[in-house]
Each structure stands twice: as C-alpha cells, then as structure tokens.
Design a protein around this ligand. Sequence first.
Ligand SMILES: C[S@@+](CC[C@H](N)C(=O)[O-])C[C@H]1O[C@@H](n2cnc3c(N)ncnc32)[C@H](O)[C@@H]1O
Length: 380
Amino acid sequence: MDLVATTAFGLEAVVARELSRLGYEAVTVEDGRVSFSGAEDAVCRANLWLRSADRVLLKIGEFTAVDFGELFDRIRDLPWSDWLARDAAFPVRAKAVRSTLMSVRDCQAIAKKAIVENLKARHGGEWLAESGAEYQVDISILKDRVTVSLDTSGVALHKRGYRTEGGTAPLRETLAAALVQLSYWDAQRPFADPFCGSGTIAVEAAMIGRNLAPGARRGFAAEAWPQFAAEAWRQARDEAADAVRAAPDHMLIATDIDERALDRARRHAANAGVGGDIHFQQGDVGALASKRKYGCVITNPPYGERLGDRGEAENLYRRLAKSVQALDTWSVYVLTAHPRFEQVFGRRAARRRKLYNGRIECTYFQYPGPRPPRRASAED
Ligand SMILES: C[S@@+](CC[C@H](N)C(=O)[O-])C[C@H]1O[C@@H](n2cnc3c(N)ncnc32)[C@H](O)[C@@H]1O
C-alpha cells in the first residue's frame, strides 16, 4: 500500500525519522507529507506509534487535473468498490495549494459526485445509505497534482485521549513530541519544563521515556474497515504493550506559576499513564534549579503577543537565562514567537528551526550543552 503520513510544516524530517525507526523508509518528503509504503501492519503500527504525524492516509490514486471535468473522470475511474462497501459512509474533504483548481468546495462536491456515480454503477440502485463504516476521503491538490486518499486515522493523531481539559495556549501533542524528539533528551537525562502549563511537553517526554505508543489509548477509523483484519490491530497493540519500558532514570520536573494549570497537568499525566514519572510543582521560573547534570530544559514560555505583554515576556526570558546559567551542563530548548528572543535571553542559539504553533510562526531556539560522559554499556 502507498501511505502518506501528514504533519505540520517543519516536522516532515521528524516524522521521516520516526518512520525509519519503525522500519519504513520515507519515499518522498514534501510540504507536510511524508510518503512511505507498507502492508496492513504498517497502517496499524504507524497509527499507533507516530508521535508527530497528524494522520496516516492510504493513497488510492494520483493524477494531474486542471479542469473539473478531468477531476470528475479521474476520480470516478478509481477502484472505489475495492474499499467502499454498499453502505460505506464517505465524507470528502479537499485542499488545494498553488493549483488551477482552487475552489475547495467545488472540488469536494465534484469528488463526491464522481464516487457516487462509480458506486451506483458497481453496486446498483439509486440510493447509497452511507450508514456503515466511515471512509473519510482526502483530496489534496498541490501544483495541479491531485492525490486521492482514504484517512485511516479518523480523529487526528494529536488527540491521544489524555488531554481532557483545555488550558492557556496549550501546545498540540504532536508539536510537543517533536520538540522532545528534536532535543538531546533521553530517558537517562534529567528533564525540566519551567513553563509547563497543561503539561504537554512533560507528558510527551515521559511517554517517550517509557516507550509508550501515543495511540495505545485510542481507536482509529480503519479499525472498523473489513479490509484490515482485527488480528493485525491486535498484534500491533500487543507489540506496543510489550514495548513499554520502566520509568525514566529521573523524575521529570514540570513547574508553572499557575496552580490551576498544574492541576490540569497532573490529571493529563495520570490519564496518559505517566502520573508517577513527573514531579509537578508550583513555582516561578526564577526558582528553576537542579543538582543533577546533563539535563534538558524544553519549554514554551509566554510569547508576549498581545500589545503590552511583550515587556513581561522579556522579563521572563531574562529570568530563565539567569536560572539556566547555573545549569551549565544542561541543554536548553525554547519555542517562542518573540522576534528578539535571543537578544533578550542574551545568547545566540546554536540552531534555530522554524515551526508553527497552530498558525503562529515560531522559532525553536536550541542551545545544546556538553555531551554527558560515555555511559557504561552492557558490553563494558
Ligand atoms: C504558553 S504557556 C505553556 C503551555 C504549555 N506548553 C502547554 O502545552 O500547556 C506558558 C505558561 O507560562 C506560565 N507562566 C507565566 N509566568 C510564569 C512565571 N513567572 N514562572 C513560571 N511560569 C509562568 C503560564 O502560567 C503558562 O502556563
């Protein structure tokens, strides 16, 4: 099967690396889409394990179209009845970027009509009840190239199921996981997030530390599709259950000034099964300290976006700089949209990466610390 893991702009390489660790090599990596191929088990495992992808799509066809007649004919001629039973529900969503066919609404309506015509010819009858399993059809048009897919994930993959309450400007779970995966943190190193809010970065790090599959506590659309054997899903879920490791070497530290945010964070961590791995504590960023060495601070402070708030955010960055001064063996990673972060923080980042927090363009400032001394391995 030809598969596509979709993701936010800037995270394609992170997802390609995740796929490679799962044993699938990316074929192409382009604007928010990483394509790969695999059998039934690849669909189950990618949905269960990908931490920074939004969805796993199954490609049905790909072609070029510059007018609606062409779009209709090519979609109608795809092998829909291989996938959609007579009662299948098939909502259509479309998006078009830098293409001749730019009206998303028209593309959706035409694609729907084309699939209906195909299925009526195949299954006979005038009426399709759409009362069965849902197959979300995804039409993506990029520079006139149309890719038609079925969405095997259903609800987007950032919804792991543990975040039951909102919060002030929470990060998407997929982005939080990417921040951790782009850092040097691993389960042997200390971790701290001094602006933890609803706890997303700490929870994602703790899940990585325990090798918990992010999708283990939720379902996926393709689990209701007869084309995927229940046994394949069971095997993938068993594999995920067997892969869980013991808690990281050190409790992860997550602090915030706001006690209510911490209550939410504690509940989220408990829901995710990592409540015992994170030490949540109320405190100001100025109180961040640790006797441990070679840890990682990974954090998403206020950006000071609203008029009048910028000075306050800058004050926090100065206090963060002062706190991490004493942590001279630690690596520091900060995601912010503040344009003068480095000047205020007082250090030039070794690496910067442009990332999007929803629609807000941010920079991920990376200050890697010294490497920890070589750990004794089993062979030593
Ligand atoms: C952008 S939010 C973090 C959101 C978090 N990453 C999440 O996913 O929920 C910034 C957080 O900084 C906290 N904060 C503001 N001033 C602070 C201070 N002086 N010390 C510590 N935390 C502070 C706020 O309470 C807020 O929760």
